[in-house]
Design a protein. Structure first.
Length: 427
């Protein structure tokens, strides 16, 4: 058995099942949150800014550009939903000595993703941009799927709340860095270059300086029997907490990104800033403000969750905090309203990120299938991120108004809070 740096560990250092490992490498406390932050830097920079800038340059007009961006992301949403469980399953069944079965995906997919993003930066056609972004779901989701398995595989249960808080904080910081690099870059190409350079460096450092923990032979045999028996997906009856967590996460992420993925256009059109570059600069300020509040909420939430427990309660309360933000954005279309709405959304999202990943690690049906099950769970995370702008784009393109997207955010956040109440038996 090896630890994250390949050092020998005793047989008691790692336990099977929900308890996970008893110890973890100090290096993992640093590099794991940073690697996750780099992943969210890509999602934030590309999805929230660069795609919007590219589409706005190709398709002029507020309603037309919103509809075009919706089209680009709608195809990507299908690709994302398919790729998440597939790449998770593949990482579960990867058998290589080079770097480790998860790290080899971070290494290879990280390189492929960067090459693809740089090629995408040169596209000036909505059709080609649609094809490119849909294709990019595969390498990017491969990296994310492999990183997601680190929490249940390498982090002890007693530390998962705090680690989840760290991940939530660095994810928000990473997203802000992506938005800032993309928003403040004078050219779209420059934004892609900065984001890709950081993403490539960090993913390669993670892949080369950490190693996967080997899966016990018994677990592998059990997993094979399950697959042969037709258990390709966890059953709802046997894994109720897993599926209720999936549904709650889907609702929450959809509600969040139905607005945040279109924030650039909301500032330009709904708030009335008018110019895409001015809207981009103001968006950087809002995202920085949201990040500071979110990091504070995430750090406190993760620490409290480890001490008190009741992870599902924390997740539900966090989603409700964001609801007033939707109302303010909708009813007070001004810069002042945007600051107030951002405060609610930042605090709520930060609290949510602090405990959601810890909760997910506790509801996995079978740790031997962590890659597959987390890949399925990641559909509830990555899927809505690309589905939500497709829905918003279609609605705004048809109505010319952002009223219904704000209503959708409010409704789906409330639904998420209600749904998570069905998760039982966890503290």
């Amino acid at each position: 058995m090896t630890d994250e740096h390949g050092s020998s560990t005793s047989s008691t250092a790692v336990r099977s099942g929900d308890d996970g490992p008893a110890t973890m490498s100090p290096w993992l406390w640093l590099i794991y949150p940073i690697a996750n932050g780099a992943m969210f830097m890509v999602w934030g920079g590309v999805m929230q800014v660069l795609l919007g800038k590219q589409v706005a340059a190709i398709v002029p007009g507020a309603a037309a550009s919103a509809a075009a961006l919706g089209t680009v992301t709608s195809i990507a949403s299908i690709s994302s939903v398919i790729s998440q469980p597939v790449v998770g399953w593949l990482s579960d069944h990867t058998k290589v000595k080079f770097l480790g079965r998860r790290n080899v995906w971070i290494f290879g997919a990280g390189i492929v993703g960067v090459i693809g993003l740089m090629l995408q930066s040169q596209i000036h056609s909505t059709l080609l941009l649609t094809i490119s972004w849909a294709a990019m779901m595969w390498p990017l989701n491969s990296v994310q799927a492999a990183l997601t398995t680190v929490l249940p595989k390498r982090v002890p249960v007693k530390n998962r709340g705090f680690m989840s808080g760290l991940l939530g904080s660095t994810n928000m910081v990473g997203s802000f860095i992506g938005v800032a690099l993309a928003g403040l870059s004078p050219k779209v190409f420059n934004g892609y270059v900065f984001i890709c350079a950081i993403f490539l460096a960090i993913t390669q450092i993670f892949a080369w300086t950490t190693k996967d923990i080997s899966v016990p032979t018994a677990s592998v045999k059990t997993d094979k029997k399950a697959v042969k028996g037709g258990k390709l997906l966890p059953g709802f009856k046997e894994a109720r907490n897993y599926w209720w967590t999936f549904i709650a996460r889907f609702f929450m992420v959809f509600g969040y990104f139905v607005i945040m993925s279109f924030q650039l256009y909301i500032l330009r059109d709904h708030i009335g800033i008018g110019d895409i570059n001015k809207a981009s600069a103001f968006m950087v300020s809002l995202t920085g403000f949201s990040t500071v509040l979110g990091v504070i909420a995430s750090a406190l939430g993760g620490f409290i969750a480890d001490k008190v427990g009741h992870l599902a309660l924390f997740v539900g309360a966090s989603t409700l905090i964001m609801v007033p933000g939707g109302f303010v954005y909708w009813l007070v279309p001004s810069k002042t309203g945007a600051w107030i709405a951002t405060a609610f959304i930042g605090l709520g999202y930060g609290s949510y990120m602090a405990v959601d990943q810890a909760l997910t690690s506790r509801v996995l049906p079978n740790v031997a299938n962590a890659g597959r099950d987390l890949g399925i769970m990641n559909i509830a995370n990555a899927g809505p991120q690309v589905m939500a702008p497709a829905v918003t784009g279609a609605i705004v393109g048809a109505t010319g108004s952002y009223t219904w997207p704000f209503v959708l955010m409010i409704v789906f956040c409330i639904l998420a809070a209600i749904t998570i109440c069905f998760v039982k038996g966890l503290k």
